[in-house]
Design a protein around this ligand. Structure first.
Ligand code: SAM
Ligand code: SF4
Length: 357
């Protein structure tokens, strides 16, 4: 069945679940990875570990989480095999994440495996940046294309407060190393939290102009392990853009990448501003992302309540065709959208670092 074969009258339902009448038609046997809402998934986030060397307040408790035992984590060979299957289904972009991906030992070896299997794969990584001072070179040499570095404050004390690590200088060093190694264009992720770093958005825009980075403001989502999230702390990206535009006029960028809406500076200065407005302006209707957790579960959405296990089938000898069947079925059943703004919203069991953001 092709994407266009789904009757549009069936594409919207009240509770966000796929219409059972479409689900009952089974998943398409060939072609791109589509769901019952006619979205095509071609972007995969691969978590390589649930561990982290930071303790960002909006993500993890100060004492950390109970880490998964090593045997539960996919080996590099297993990750490579699964990524190969996803590639055969049209996935073109893979982003390594975690937890903190750079704490997984010998990460460049995984990058090399993925690169050797597919020279055309768009291969990037999201990192807190603290280990890039020593890893940027080896990762670039192994075939990583670029990095996104998370950095929530340009002020030492606030950075330390938000990440529970006094590491801003070292992250700056990591950014310089990433540039030196050619892991560009660099994107900087900033989670904006009301009453904490929201006064810094214009400073971040100036930083984008000075460095040429794309600074991406991410709305705070209810995915923190301690369940401290409050709607009042979410700063709508519309406000962020307004504040920046008042001082440094912005224009929408052409051919903007999805799902971040991207803006450039009207005066032609380098750098860009991106916004990921998952809470106030969800982009679920065009979401093309899938996630593979470090223990081998496929999540069609950050907020899914049902995961598809790929690890046990993988370890008990499943063929590529069998994995394809599991993946297609998992994507086919993707919900219409997350339910953050609905009264019936249920938080998923896994928090952000256990999924892979
Ligand atoms: N450790 C790496 C890092 O921090 O970049 C990669 C994993 S981290 C889970 C991926 C992204 O998720 C980061 O940019 C982080 O800021 C973001 N994130 C974590 N918790 C979040 C939350 N509750 N709401 C919004 N973004 C969150
Ligand atoms: Fe670690 Fe990234 Fe979570 Fe911060 S956001 S605690 S760096 S996984």
């Amino acid at each position: 069945m092709g994407v266009n074969a789904i009757p549009s009258s069936l594409l919207s339902v009240d509770d966000g679940r796929p219409d059972p009448r479409i689900l009952a038609q089974g998943h398409p046997p060939a072609g791109p990875l589509i769901d019952t809402f006619a979205r095509v998934a071609d972007d995969l986030r691969v978590s390589v570990t649930d561990r982290c060397n930071f303790r960002c307040t909006y993500c993890m408790p100060a004492e950390g989480l109970r880490w998964l035992p090593k045997p539960e984590i996919l080996t590099f060979e297993e990750i490579d095999r699964v990524v190969g299957v996803f590639s055969s289904l049209g996935v073109r972009a893979v982003k390594l994440t975690g937890g903190e991906p750079t704490v997984r030992s010998d990460l460049p070896a995984l990058v090399r495996m993925l690169r050797e299997r597919d020279p055309d794969l768009e291969l990037s990584m999201t990192t807190n940046g603290i280990l890039l001072d020593r890893l940027a070179g080896p990762l670039a040499e192994a075939g990583l294309d670029r990095v996104t570095v998370s950095c929530d404050s340009l002020l030492r004390h606030r950075f330390a407060e938000m990440t529970r690590r006094d590491a801003l200088e070292r992250v700056f060093g990591g950014l310089r190393a990433a540039e030196g190694a050619g892991l560009v264009p660099i994107k900087l992720n900033v989670v904006v939290i009301g009453g904490q770093n929201d006064g810094e958005v214009v400073s971040f825009a100036r930083f984008a102009r000075e460095t040429g980075y794309e600074v991406r403001f991410i709305e705070y989502m209810p995915l923190d392990a301690e369940h401290r999230w409050e709607r009042d702390k979410v700063v709508p990206n519309a406000d962020v853009l307004q504040r920046i535009d008042a001082e440094l006029p912005l224009v929408p960028a052409d051919g903007e990448p999805h799902p971040a809406s991207t803006y450039r500076f009207a005066d032609g200065a380098p750098g860009a501003i991106g916004v990921i407005s998952s809470v106030t302006e969800p982009f679920c209707d065009t979401c093309n992302r899938l996630r593979l957790t470090s223990d081998g579960k496929l999540l069609a959405c950050l907020f899914v309540l049902e995961e598809v296990d790929l690890r046990d089938p993988l370890r008990s000898g499943a063929s590529d065709d069998e994995l394809v069947g599991l993946i297609r079925a998992g994507v086919w059943a993707k919900w219409e959208g997350h339910r953050i703004n609905h009264p019936d919203f249920v938080r998923p069991t896994r928090s952000m670092s256990m999924i892979g953001g």
